[in-house]
Design a protein around this ligand. Structure first.
Ligand code: SF4
Ligand code: SF4
Length: 126
């Protein structure tokens, strides 16, 4: 199946089939921030069947005035706390934050397509 995602504001397309073989490069590798809003914290806590307070303690860390998902160090990779290497995917997929849902269509990458292609094998020229 060819599952191409197009966003007319971006100079590239995304082939979602690439994720199956990729090994979650966008969820692992270099350390980074995955910011979560108050609503997303509510949804994630619900999914994990935890109170928001406990969820924040367990899975989030403060970055400035925002919360970001914690990371776990595996070898030289900083995996997102919710990246599951056993299933090669996201353990909270249904409630993953907007930042994850919208990748690779991020403003930052609009003018940095070569850099994005290094990270995401699903990105192809429009
Ligand atoms: S880097 Fe791209 S291809 Fe790989 S899992 Fe993330 S979105 Fe899918
Ligand atoms: S929440 Fe899920 S999709 Fe987002 S970075 Fe973590 S593992 Fe990846």
């Amino acid at each position: 199946m060819y599952d191409l995602v197009r966003n007319d504001d971006y100079p590239y397309l995304f082939d979602a089939n690439a994720c199956a073989e990729c090994g979650g490069r966008c969820c692992t590798g270099e350390s980074g921030n995955i910011f979560v809003s108050a609503g997303e914290i509510r949804e994630l806590a619900l999914l994990k069947k935890m109170s928001e307070h406990d969820f924040i303690e367990c899975y989030l860390e403060k970055r400035g005035y925002k919360y970001s998902l914690k990371e776990k160090r595996i070898g030289d990779s900083y995996d997102c706390i919710f990246y599951d290497r056993q299933i090669n995917g996201c353990a909270v997929y249904e409630a993953r934050p907007k930042q994850c849902r919208t990748f690779p269509f991020w403003d930052y990458y609009k003018t940095r397509v070569a850099e994005l292609k290094q990270e995401c094998p699903g990105v192809i020229d429009a």
